[in-house]
Design a protein around this ligand. Structure first.
Ligand SMILES: [Fe+2]
Length: 241
């Protein structure tokens, strides 16, 4: 039985199109690490699958208050986070294999991992909690929980919107603390600072300038108003544990 491993063609590593030589015809499949390829071996090339793939949110085009140009730009930015998350994960894996885990380059890349990953995942939560046509179900579990934890729906909304109009770039996230079920609005600085550990994200709002400036200039509150008109409350409520 042949050994297993990955053969990388050429000197320059191409993480996106790394080819894997798969040998067949020897009573099963095996991957070959370097060395000579047996003449009888049948060789086929496979493209390595990326860890993450960008999702398609084109169905959101046409939402009231968010232009097609703004949304398409936003989708492109999101796709960049997916690409960079894959690149960072791959680069870290490679450095580990090459014995470079003790280097400043590894440390800096490791710090970058949380920023890129959260930039990807938060956008997915954000786009997925948009596209709704109706308000919150006032008799639903989520509305009841908001009233329980904030005193009223309006008090929660006021706190969420006030958090969104804070100076700075980042996100507003309605989190559920799964240790006691409590709902809390959090400000997330950029993509990665001040996420509460072990909590469950319910409603995510992007307040980076790219999310609104094209349509609203500096009027962030108007963007937040448009965001609220398009929340898919069914998705948000389904996230509640
Ligand atoms: Fe964004």
């Amino acid at each position: 039985m042949a050994g297993t491993g990955i053969y990388e063609a050429g000197n320059e590593r191409d993480v996106w199109r790394r080819e894997i030589l798969t040998l067949t015809g020897f009573g099963g499949e095996a991957l070959l690490l370097g060395g000579a390829v047996p003449a009888r071996a049948q060789i086929k090339k496979e493209v390595r699958v990326m860890a993450y793939t960008a999702k398609d949110y084109l169905k959101l085009l046409g939402m009231e208050g968010l232009s097609e140009t703004l949304l398409k730009n936003h989708f492109t930015l999101y796709q960049g986070y997916v690409t960079n998350t894959n690149k960072v994960l791959d680069a870290l894996e490679q450095m580990l294999k090459e014995g470079k885990s003790g280097t400043p380059e590894f440390a800096e890349m490791k710090r970058r991992q949380g920023w890129e990953f959260n930039g990807m995942r938060l956008h997915e939560y954000y786009f997925e909690n948009l596209g709704g046509k109706t308000g919150i179900d006032k008799d639903g579990r989520l509305a009841k929980k908001l009233i329980e934890d904030f005193g009223s729906y309006d008090a929660w909304e006021k706190d969420f919107k006030a958090t969104g109009t804070m100076r700075g770039i980042g996100w507003v996230v309605l989190y559920q603390d799964i240790t006691n079920g409590k709902l809390i609005n959090f400000w997330i600085n950029e993509h990665d600072v001040s996420h509460p550990a072990g909590c469950n994200p319910l409603l995510i709002m992007d307040v980076f300038e790219h999310a609104f400036m094209l349509d609203y200039g500096l009027k962030r509150a108007d963007y937040i108003g448009a965001f609220f008109k398009n929340i898919d409350w069914k998705v948000v409520e389904a996230r509640l544990k």
